[in-house]
Design a protein around this ligand. Structure first.
Ligand SMILES: [Zn+2]
Length: 93
C-alpha cells in the first residue's frame, strides 16, 4: 500500500471512529441495541486505524515507520527520500 493511500485511510477511519463515538454519546441512549452497534463499529474503525498506522505508514525506501509529521510529510525523516519519486530531499525549507 502506498503511504499516501494509507494516510488517507487512516484519516478516514479516525474521523469515522470519532464521529460515531460522539454520535453514540450525544444522541443514543446507552444500553440500546443501536448504541451497542455504533460503539462496536466505532471501536472497529479505531482498531483499523491502529493497524494501518502500525502496518502501513512506513517509508517505502528504508522501511522505517513514519511518526513525526505523518500527515504532512512529503519525504522520509530517516532517509530523506521522497515517498513517490525516491529522490533525496535536499536541505530544509
Ligand atoms: Zn526512509
Amino acid at each position: 500500500m502506498q503511504i499516501k493511500t494509507a494516510r488517507r485511510l487512516l484519516m478516514f477511519f479516525m474521523i469515522v471512529a470519532v464521529a460515531l463515538a460522539l454520535i453514540g454519546l450525544i444522541f443514543l441512549e446507552p444500553g440500546t441495541v443501536i448504541s451497542v452497534y455504533v460503539t462496536l463499529i466505532s471501536f472497529g474503525c479505531m482498531v483499523a486505524a491502529i493497524i494501518i498506522l502500525l502496518g502501513y505508514c512506513k517509508c517505502p525506501w528504508c522501511g522505517k515507520r513514519i511518526t513525526a509529521n505523518l500527515m504532512k510529510a512529503e519525504y522520509c525523516p530517516h532517509c530523506k527520500k521522497d515517498f513517490e519519486t525516491g529522490l533525496k530531499h535536499k536541505g530544509r525549507r
